[in-house]
Write a protein that binds this ligand. Sequence first.
Ligand code: ADP
Length: 398
Amino acid sequence: MKVLVVNAGSSSLKYQLIDMETEKVIAKGGCERIGIAGSLLKAKGNGKEKVFEQDMPNHKVAIELVLHALRDKEVGVIKSMEEIGAVGHRMVASGEFFNKTTLVTPEVIKTLEEKTFELAPLHNPPAVTGVKACLEVMPNTPMALVFDTSFHSTMPEKAYLYGVAYEDYKDYGVRKYGFHGTSHKFVSQEAAKYLKKAPKDLKIVTCHLGNGSSISAVDGGKCVDTSMGFTPLAGVLMGTRSGDMDPSAVEFLARKKGLSHADVITYLNKKCGVAGISGVSSDFRDLIAGAQQGNKRCALALDMFEYQTKKFIGSYAAAMGGLDCIVFTAGIGENTPVVRAGVLEGLEFLGVKLDKAANEAKNDGTIHEISAKDSRVKVLVIPTNEELVIARETAELL
Ligand code: ADP
C-alpha cells in the first residue's frame, strides 16, 4: 500500500508518498504561499525536481495540484489516484479527546473543531482545513489523523497535572499535553531495536532538539514525562521560544512593555529563546559561529540551552529511577556535536561516558553510537522520521 502523508499549515502543505512495503519515500514536496500571490509547489519524484507555479487560492486547489504532480510525466510516480491506499494527516493537538491515531469521520472533524482549536489555534485549524480539502478531492480514500500528543497520553496524572486547582484541569483541560510525540516514539523504538532490547526493558531519555525542542522520559516503551506543556512554549529555551518561566513574569512584562497578555505570549514564542538571548539568530549554526568568534551572548545562549537540556535528562533519570540510554535527534540533536558534548558534560556520575571521536564524526543519516564502549548509559544519535511514523500508524489503523 502507498500512504500519502500530509502536513498542512496555514499557507503551506507538505507531503510525502511512502510505499509501505519498502517504507521508502517515493515522492515528496510542498506547496508554499497558499492563499497568497506567487504560490508554488516544489515536487520531487523519480530522482527529479520540478516547480509548479500555479495560483493556489486554497488548500483544495493545493491538494489537487499535489495529486497532479504525483501523476506528472517527469516527477510523477503513480498512474492514478486509486494507487494511494490512505492518507495520514499530521495533527498537533488532541486535547484529551483522542489518545491514539484516529480514522477521519464527520464526528471526529466536529470534535476537532469544537474542542481542540482553542488548544492549538495556530496548528489545528489549518491542519483540519487540509483534511477537509483532501476529503473533497479524494472522497473514497480512507484517512487517519496522527497526533503529536498521542505518545504522551501514557503520562501519569502526577506528571501531566499542573499545580492549579483541580477544577481548572477538569473544566478547561489545563494540563501538560506534550508535543513531538511521533518523533519521541520513533527514536525510542529505533533505540530499542539498535540495542537489541525489548522496549519494556529500557529507560530512555529522548532529546528532540530542533527549532522547537522537547525532551521525554520513555520508561518501558511508554512516555512517562515530557518537557513541553499545555503548548509548545514550555520546557527548554528554543530557537525563538522562552521555555519555562514564572507565569507572573508574563503579567509583569505585559505592564512594562504595554502589551496585552496574548501579545506577550506571541513575543515569548517568536522573539525570545536563543534568538532573544544572543541578539544574533535562532539558528544554532550562527550561534556556534558567533561563539567561536568571541560573541559572549551567543556562547551564553548555547550554555543555557545545554544546561537546561542536561537538567531535564537528570530529572528524568530520577523520575524513572534509572537510565539506560539517551537519544539525540532533530536538526540540532543530529548535527551539532558541540551541543551534544555540552549537554552530556558532567553526567559521568549517571554512567554517561562520551566517545569524543564518535561524537565528532559526520552525520551520515544513520544511527550512530557516541558513548564510549564502557559507558553504562548508551548515547545514540538517531535521525528522526515523523512522516514514516504517520504512514505506519495510518497503515496499521486500516
Ligand atoms: P524544526 O523544528 O523547524 O523542524 P529542525 O529540526 O530542522 O527544526 O532544527 C533546526 C535547527 O537545527 C537549527 O537551529 C539549525 O541550526 C540546526 N542545525 C544544525 N546543523 C544542521 C544541519 N546540518 N542541517 C539542518 N539543521 C541544522
